[in-house]
Design a binder for this molecule. Structure first.
Ligand SMILES: CC(C)(COP(=O)(O)OP(=O)(O)OC[C@H]1O[C@@H](n2cnc3c(N)ncnc32)[C@H](O)[C@@H]1OP(=O)(O)O)[C@@H](O)C(=O)NCCC(=O)NCCS
Length: 209
């Protein structure tokens, strides 16, 4: 069968099934549905009122360049993401999705995904609204959610995978205290095609540094 990229914002391949079919339910571990506060941000659950901003942010050309999202990214995609995929990710134990709220504004999305509760490893991902970039908000959100996973939830390792050419995201990784481990060759899919991925990690021992 031909490989199709999975979309983190719809839970669908560019063709396919409902989120419920694509994320197997698991018993036991799930992320708590808690708000996380940082000095400037509230990391909260997505709401249906976020849909217009999700459409705008996911349609942005830089977001589209680096994330394998549907194009065009429609209100239907955003509604599915907010009302079905994001809740299903948490209920299934697969991850958690949080909105970045800054001064009452929707400023982006951050998530933990591909979670292995046995190995206690999870992976972080994010995008930020164009008008809120360059303010250090993604770094602040990534630092906070990573610390929450390692210090409060007992995870041992949080991974971050970034195409080496995505300079802003590599900066976020470094500024958030992630250590570069190496390059996974031909490991990712973006709109332009296959890419290498720089793999970063932050581990529990890093918290004491
Ligand atoms: C990556 C992204 C989330 C960063 O968001 P942000 O809120 O601007 O991040 P921060 O403000 O915390 O930090 C951005 C850093 O990247 C730097 N940067 C931004 N654009 C850059 C570019 N084109 N080249 C080099 N550095 C760049 C900024 O200067 C800043 O670094 P500094 O503090 O040392 O000056 C945002 O650009 C985005 O949404 N991109 C599209 C989606 C995406 O790439 N997601 C990650 C997939 S791996």
């Amino acid at each position: 069968m031909r490989w199709r990229p999975w979309s983190p914002n719809t839970g669908r391949s560019h063709r396919s099934a409902s989120p419920a079919r694509r994320i197997p339910r698991r018993r036991g571990n799930t992320f708590p549905d808690l708000d996380i506060r940082t000095s400037r941000l509230l990391l909260r659950e997505l709401r249906e009122t976020d849909v217009p901003e999700v459409v705008a942010g996911a349609s942005d050309e830089v977001t589209q360049r680096w994330l394998p999202l549907p194009w065009p990214y429609t209100e239907h995609h955003a509604t599915m993401f907010v009302t079905r995929l994001a809740p299903a990710m948490r209920v299934s134990g697969h991850g958690t999705v949080r909105a970045l709220e800054y001064d009452g504004n929707f400023a982006g999305v951050i998530d933990l995904k591909r979670t292995d509760w046995t190995a206690r490893v999870t992976e972080i991902g994010y995008w930020t609204m164009p008008g809120f970039r360059g303010l250090g908000l993604t770094t602040e959100a990534a630092s906070a959610i990573t610390r929450w996973a390692l210090a409060d939830l007992g995870f041992e390792r949080v991974e971050l995978r970034v195409p080496p050419e995505n300079r802003a995201s590599n900066r976020v990784a470094v500024k958030s205290g992630f250590a570069l481990e190496g390059i996974l060759r031909n490991a990712g899919q973006i709109r332009a095609g296959r890419v290498d991925l720089a793999v970063y990690s932050r581990i529990r021992a890093d918290l004491t540094e």
